[in-house]
Design a protein around this ligand. Structure first.
Ligand code: ATP
Length: 208
């Protein structure tokens, strides 16, 4: 069983890598793939280039066996939808259970994602708690939890997709926007960002 963790990673921060490790250990995942997205330039473009975001991510997790960077979205010419990424992973990996990991903030907006119901046919969804965000109590996403939520993580191994699992993880009140704002103000964001990535940010003057 493997975890799929997509994001802008502009930049990767300690919140991302710590919760990735939490879930890998808790669910005994063979690996977690961190997949930086390819954002369309006219929609809230990341400040760092795709190549920089990828390199920071690689530098951040290089020593951690079981965390792996997958650059398939950046290799595509156009921005890709999560559903397409999952289809391409399925074609490669066959029938194994896939766990699409996301923070509570992303999960709250899941019903706005392209073909969001199809995502459930391709992967389980593992939702990670995040400071400041509570599980949805009404609307389509709350219904999804009601209908597909499981409390026993061993059930995730029994089928390749279709369950929703909410998991408490390390509560780290760190976000990429906070990191960027801190650097913009001329302060240090060291220790919010894993060392390897922080070294790159300093050396290349990213986010100044
Ligand atoms: P920004 O502040 O720019 O919105 P971000 O910190 O949310 O960025 P993203 O790359 O957008 O980072 O997030 C990728 C995924 O990681 C999302 O599913 C998000 O919910 C999750 N995530 C980010 N930070 C945390 C955290 N501290 N704890 C749990 N999940 C997190």
């Amino acid at each position: 069983m493997i975890g799929i963790f997509g994001g802008t990673f502009d930049p990767v921060h300690t919140g991302h890598v710590r919760v990735a490790l939490d879930i890998r250990q808790d669910l005994a995942l063979d690996e977690v793939r961190l997949i930086p997205c390819n954002v369309s330039p006219h929609r809230c473009a990341p400040l760092a280039s795709g190549a920089q975001r990828l390199a920071m991510l690689q530098a951040a997790i290089q020593d951690e066996a079981g965390l792996r960077v997958d650059d398939r979205e950046l290799r595509r010419a156009a921005p890709s939808y999560t559903v397409d990424t999952l289809l391409s992973l399925r074609a490669e990996l066959g029938d194994i259970p896939l766990c699409l990991m996301m923070g509570m903030d992303s999960f709250q907006a899941l019903n706005t994602w392209h073909r969001w119901r199809d995502i459930m046919t391709l992967a389980h969804i593992v939702v990670m708690t995040r400071p400041g965000w509570l599980p949805p109590t009404q609307g389509e996403v709350a219904m999804l939890v009601e209908q597909h939520g499981v409390y026993d993580p061993t059930l995730l191994r029994g089928t390749s997709a279709g369950h929703v699992f909410l998991r408490p993880v390390s509560q780290l009140d760190i976000s990429a926007s906070r990191v960027r704002a801190c650097i913009r103000e001329g302060k240090s964001a060291r220790y919010w960002v894993p060392d390897g990535a922080w070294g790159m940010i300093e050396k290349e003057g990213i986010y100044r």
